[in-house]
Design a protein around this ligand. Structure first.
Ligand code: SF4
Length: 233
């Protein structure tokens, strides 16, 4: 099973494009604020509509209405060989591909870049080095995150890094520490945390979770000094 879901069209997932988003099931992280808990845990009851050929039939028939395809998750790079085959088939249909990743598999990201199977890369930077391990499942390694940052920044492709700004995981010091890791990046997006439907609601019980717009602007002012462009979403 590869596909855990599909969003037939989106105006926000691929910058400047109307895109179809393909979600691959399973993740090696356990971010408490994850908004795709079923995908993150691994989809066991995916609808038959998502059978592979149906996805490609949909993409073929909707070519006049779509500008690109986003491959997201879960964590798509966990499906390495299948991911490559999906990218190849989507590219063969004439679509540019954007890959969303948590950066845990730099080898897979590198292979996709090397084979010219991706046009835009978006990597989540969850937190700083001190706090990453609490968000990763066993077998993940923080050094992989640093390698992915380097691979993406040296890819020559359009890319962005993004961070979901959720208390208590993110504060001004953490943003500064992240910015040291991605210093000089072309685009860094700070995302507001949405409270509904998260992977681990208990994590947030009795805690202050959301940043105000003014507080987010304060985080942005920290990042502005380190990256080419910082935006708030
Ligand atoms: S938000 Fe975290 S847990 Fe959810 S899919 Fe992304 S990396 Fe996995």
């Amino acid at each position: 099973m590869k596909f855990g879901g599909i969003q037939k069209n989106s105006l926000i997932d691929y910058p400047g494009k109307i895109s179809c988003v393909l979600f691959l099931s399973g993740c090696n992280f356990k971010c408490p604020y994850c908004h795709n808990p079923e995908l993150a845990k691994g989809c066991t009851n995916c609808l038959s509509w998502f059978r592979e050929n149906n996805v490609y039939d949909f993409l073929k028939s909707h070519k006049p209405f779509l500008d690109g395809v986003v491959i997201s998750g879960g964590e798509p790079t966990l499906h390495d060989k299948d991911l490559i085959s999906i990218c190849q088939r989507v590219k063969a249909l004439g679509y540019p591909v954007k890959l969303d990743t948590n950066g845990s598999r730099p080898d897979v990201i590198q292979e996709i870049i090397r084979n010219k199977l991706v046009n835009y890369l978006a990597m989540d930077i969850k937190t700083d080095a001190l706090h990453y391990s609490s968000l990763m499942k066993q077998g993940c390694d923080f050094s992989a995150i640093l390698s992915s940052i380097q691979v993406i920044m040296e890819s020559g492709l359009p890319y962005e890094f993004k961070t979901t700004c959720v208390k208590p995981l993110i504060n001004r010091q953490v943003i500064e520490n992240i910015c040291v890791m991605i210093q000089g990046a072309r685009l860094y997006a700070l995302q507001q945390f949405q409270e509904t439907g998260v992977l681990n609601p208990e994590f947030f019980q009795n805690k202050d979770r959301c940043y105000t717009n003014e507080e987010i602007r304060g985080l942005k002012s920290v990042a502005d000094q380190w990256v080419g462009k910082c935006i708030v979403r």
